[in-house]
Write a protein that binds this ligand. Structure first.
Ligand SMILES: [Zn+2]
Ligand SMILES: [Zn+2]
Length: 139
């Protein structure tokens, strides 16, 4: 996504495309690392000298409300963010703390107990040890 496309994407979702908002969204789509608000702040603070932590928090809040970012609440004490809003699962490695994406569309599954229910959001979280860390442990 180019800067122009990000602008368009924000406008389409009712978000005024200010510079910090564009930069924060660009960070989310380019790193795909599921960063926390603090990680985003630390990464952008040197480039946007007027950026405050409050702006980062408020911007992420606005992105979530505008449905262009999803919060990942895999741990009680940290919220991570993802600009990929399609249905997919997250695997958190307990050793390296990385969060990996995996294709998993829960909306495809027919859950007997939920017949007649209207699910609106799908979150799939798995915790464990990633391939890299599992291999390192063996070396
Ligand atoms: Zn790992
Ligand atoms: Zn993700």
């Amino acid at each position: 996504m180019s800067i122009a496309e990000i602008k368009e994407h924000l406008i389409k979702h009712g978000v005024k495309p200010s510079l910090p908002r564009i930069k924060i969204f660009e960070y989310l789509i380019s790193y795909k690392s599921h960063p926390t608000a603090d990680e985003i702040y630390n990464a952008l603070a040197s480039e946007l000298i007027t950026l405050s932590k409050t702006t980062v928090y408020n911007t992420l809040d606005l992105f979530v409300k505008s449905k262009i970012t999803i919060p990942i609440l895999i741990e009680d004490n940290e919220t991570r963010f993802d600009a990929n809003t399609s249905n997919h699962g997250h695997f958190k490695c307990l050793r390296c703390n990385k969060v990996y994406d995996f294709d998993y569309d829960l909306s495809d599954h027919n859950i007997k107990e939920l017949a007649g229910f209207e699910p609106r959001e799908f979150h799939t979280y798995i915790k464990g040890v990633c391939k890299k860390c599992a291999q390192n442990a063996k070396d």
